[in-house]
Design a protein around this ligand. Structure first.
Ligand code: HEM
Length: 326
């Protein structure tokens, strides 16, 4: 259910229109993300690094995945470049408009259809997979913490109006829950590759020679007792100041938050994902109480037990949505 919801959000971002499960856009996003996800698994990446020929061996699963990805790319192009020709909203339209403006101002534009497809294909896995997994961990955290659900509801009642995307700042406890969710889970445990191409760098006592590849251990930072007290517990309160507001950017807990990386290569969907998660939490808690499914054992809510990979995944579980009226 969550996976489908996030695919629809991605469709909205790209086309500016709501997409339904029976639409070509939905099918095309799903058809691309499935093989892309499988190929990104550490096991498959390691195999392909050692034996790249496997992508061409008939009958081999890796070849099937490559073929599916190739077909997915063609379908995406068809749907998002040809299909959104008339749409006046969304990222694809925005890039096309930019191309027209550049051409009008100074001749040729480097934003051709291949460039737009590159952006679309980069964004799909970068956005869909971490968001899907974050929302799944959010549900697990809420089922395990009914007191947090009650407190979120208490804060929502204080609004006395329908929640909108801009209300996040008025609801510091919910903002704190989202920050704590991101810290606790750390969807991408390791940053992307960074490299000091311009020269040697000295950081504190470390000398980092030019061209060293660096991957930051984001999960390690978020679960280090030197930076976060009692790091394996889910405690939104660590982000709340004494006066009930959200702690400021200079507070040590905020300075040590690196969930979406830091610097110029920082995640560009950081604010977008925060707003999506905020709306999911608010809408969900306004209408439902999340309870464990008594027919099934509820997995532990411990990120050390989650499945590691490029994006950390919680175990599969089911829960009950009990209707609730604020
Ligand atoms: C909970 C959700 C998300 C998390 C935890 C997350 C986390 C990250 C992290 C850790 C990086 C690497 C940053 C670095 O190495 O310094 C990254 C990069 C990136 N993210 Fe996200 N991300 C999320 C959602 C999104 C969304 C929704 C989008 C797009 C709408 C997106 C687009 C990107 C892109 C394009 C990059 C590569 C930036 C670059 O290499 O210059 N992400 N993300």
């Amino acid at each position: 259910m969550m996976d489908k919801m996030v695919i629809k959000i991605m469709g909205l971002l790209l086309t500016g229109n709501r997409i339904t499960e029976s639409s070509g856009e939905f099918e095309s996003l799903t058809g691309f993300i499935q093989p892309a996800n499988e190929l990104a698994k550490v096991k498959n990446q390691s195999l392909l690094t050692m034996l790249p020929i496997l992508r061409k061996v008939p009958g081999c699963n890796l070849k099937n995945l490559y073929d599916a990805l190739k077909a997915g790319k063609i379908d995406l192009r068809h749907c998002f470049l040809n299909g959104t020709e008339q749409s006046m909203r969304g990222l694809v339209f925005m890039l096309r408009s930019l191309r027209v403006t550049m051409e009008m101002e100074g001749g040729e534009s480097w934003i051709d259809d291949d460039f737009i497809m590159g952006v679309v294909m980069d964004l799909i896995p970068a956005a869909i997979v971490p968001l899907q997994n974050t929302i799944s961990v959010l549900f697990l955290v809420l089922v395990h913490n009914p007191a947090v659900q009650d407190k979120i509801r208490e804060h929502l009642t204080s609004l006395n109006a329908d929640v909108t995307i801009d209300d996040i700042q008025k609801l510091p406890y919910i903002e704190a829950c989202i920050l704590e969710l991101k810290r606790f889970h750390t969807p991408l445990p390791v940053s992307a590759r960074h490299c000091n191409r311009s020269g040697d760098a000295i950081i504190e006592d470390y000398n980092i020679p030019k061209n060293t590849e660096i991957f930051s251990n984001l999960f390690g930072i978020h679960h280090d007792e030197r930076f976060f007290n009692d790091p394996w517990s889910f405690k939104p309160e660590r982000f709340i100041a004494e006066d009930g507001s959200r702690v400021g950017p200079e507070h040590p807990v905020m300075k040590n938050m690196v969930v979406t990386g830091v610097g110029p290569r920082r995640c560009l969907g950081s604010t977008f994902s925060e707003k999506v998660i905020f709306l999911v939490v608010a809408m969900l808690m306004k209408n439902f109480r999340l309870c464990p499914n008594r027919q099934q054992e509820l997995p532990l809510c411990d990120p050390r037990k989650f499945t590691s990979g490029i994006v950390t995944k919680s175990p599969d579980f089911t829960c009950v949505f009990q209707p609730y009226m604020l």
